[in-house]
Design a protein around this ligand. Structure first.
Ligand code: PLP
Length: 480
């Protein structure tokens, strides 16, 4: 069977991969990478012809599944013929204009202005830079050499102004790998090798309720989180904080949903201390939880949204920063400019692909499909709670995590060594062997993340739950 356009054999591909390809976040010493050659619907096929159910949608990102290559390819080809590239530096072109308008029409409230980038990290990076420059543009604060960055001089009246440059994010949250995004990243092990990072980010508690005291009410948990956030803002000096950046549902750690009242409280603190709220919708945007943006589902009212993956269902490398009219306003002044840009931002072919993806999502009624199936998906996954190793099933929409525990009663977790043996040594290879792709992850407590293409139906819910059930039962026999 041919494996690529040039019909390279499976063995030849393996040899070339081992000699030349450097995989991301991968220990290369041990690598014999699985080579995925084609996809259709929710399924992938490897170079040896074996099929897999992709319960991770690529990387939480192939929202419409793998079967729309012809249609999207045609849109890309048409665009290639018409205008293969032009830039958003100073110039506009039709597809970027149309895509910006489309995103503005789908985004909640007055999130009307769209700045294109190539992916999620760049979107997060750009959101922080935007927040820093927003306050300078709004308040007319200019740089004064040798002055403490927290207390620069206002250009307008010479009085001591403030320079807002710090950010707040949450522990264990993943926000990308470029220096700014990495600094915002709440996963210490990813940050440490690259320190010193961009000043200055503090991380507050995430909304993981599973390991909180069992008697704590939801209201008390919300109060605890908001108190900590407010204390952190005050300790950092509110006059220096420009951004709070959080996912509507935190992925790393396993689909943490915020308790009631949390988002209203975060919004109120942003208003009180004059800080921009940025919702990282790189995963949750474009349907993952049955809405174009999860900010709508939870009434988050962010000033900025970052998105990427689902914007094109990952058929293209495109992301975006979406800003409210209020955030845009100072940049509309004659002397003002957001001094940021990248060559491929708003690339016409990437934009054409994203436009076609959105058209397909509307036509296939993807939002309605997710909302009408989410209860069935949850109850199918909840069958796994019968297993002694599954402590928690959490999430919503098509965005779930199973937390694995040593003791369900006490919620005792596994040691680092046990996690390593359990997740990397056993679960990941075993699930793959059985034809299921999902992610066993211990960036927080050990979880299995499940985030299938948004076209998945009961047949796929059953198949993934069946394979997970057998494999987790086996895993328990090994560790109990
Ligand atoms: C919430 C979130 N933000 C940002 C990123 C970074 O996106 P990218 O890998 O496209 O740079 C990711 C990637 O998984 C993410 O999940």
């Amino acid at each position: 069977m041919s494996t690529t356009q040039s019909a390279t054999s499976a063995d030849e591909l393996r040899r070339m991969a081992n000699e030349h390809l450097w995989l991301h976040f991968t220990n290369m010493a041990a690598q014999k990478p699985p080579i995925i050659v084609r996809g259709d619907g929710c399924y992938l096929e490897d170079a040896d012809g074996k099929r897999y159910l992709d319960a991770l949608a690529g990387l939480f990102s192939v929202n419409i599944g793998y079967g729309f290559g012809e249609e999207i390819g045609q849109a890309a080809l048409d665009q290639m013929r018409e205008l293969p590239f032009y830039t958003n530096w100073t110039y506009a072109h039709p597809r970027a204009i149309e895509l910006a308008s489309e995103i503005a029409s789908l985004a909640p409230g007055d999130l009307n202005r769209v700045f294109f980038v190539s992916g999620g990290s760049e979107a997060v990076e750009s959101a922080w830079k935007l927040a820093r420059q927003y306050y300078q543009a709004r308040d007319g604060v200019h740089e004064a050499a040798g002055v403490d960055p927290g207390h620069r001089i206002s250009a307008q009246d010479g009085s001591r102004g403030s320079h807002k440059y710090k950010a707040i994010a949450r522990t264990v949250a993943y926000h990308g790998t470029t220096f700014g995004a990495l600094s915002i990243n709440g996963i210490k092990e990813l940050r440490t090798p690259f320190e010193p990072l961009v000043p200055e980010v503090r991380h507050v508690s995430n909304t993981n309720r599973y390991h909180r005291p069992p008697e704590e009410t939801e209201e008390a948990f919300t109060a605890f989180l908001l108190d900590e956030l407010e204390r952190t803002i005050e300790e950092m000096d509110p006059a220096t904080v420009c951004l709070i950046h959080m996912e509507p549902i935190q992925n790393a750690g396993g689909s943490f949903i915020a308790p009631a009242g949390y988002w209203q409280g975060v919004r109120a603190l942003c208003d009180k201390y004059d800080i921009l709220l940025s919702a990282d919708e790189v995963i949750t945007g474009f349907g993952r939880v049955g809405h174009w943006f999860a900010s709508e589902r939870y009434d988050i009212r962010p000033d900025i949204i970052t998105c990427a993956k689902g914007l094109s269902s990952s058929y293209a490398a495109i992301g975006a920063v979406v800003a409210t009219d209020r955030v845009m306003q100072p940049f509309l002044e004659p002397s003002s400019m957001y001094t940021h840009g990248i060559t491929f931002g708003g690339h016409p072919v990437m934009s054409a692909i994203a436009l076609k993806n959105i058209e397909i999502m509307k036509r296939e009624r993807i939002m309605e499909h997710v909302l009408s199936n989410e209860a069935a998906f949850r109850s199918t996954l909840e069958q796994l709670l019968d297993l002694p190793i599954v402590g928690d099933v959490r999430g919503t929409g098509y965005f779930y995590a199973l937390e694995l525990v040593r003791n369900k009663e006490t919620r005792e977790t596994f040691t680092d060594e046990e996690c390593d043996t359990l997740l990397r040594g056993f679960l990941s290879p075993r699930l793959f062997e059985r034809g299921l792709i999902c992610r066993a992850d211990d960036r927080g407590d050990p979880v299995v993340q499940i985030s299938p293409p948004l076209i998945a139906t009961q047949a796929e819910f059953d198949e993934m739950t069946g394979i997970l059930g057998e494999t987790l039962a086996e895993a328990w026999e090994q560790v109990k």
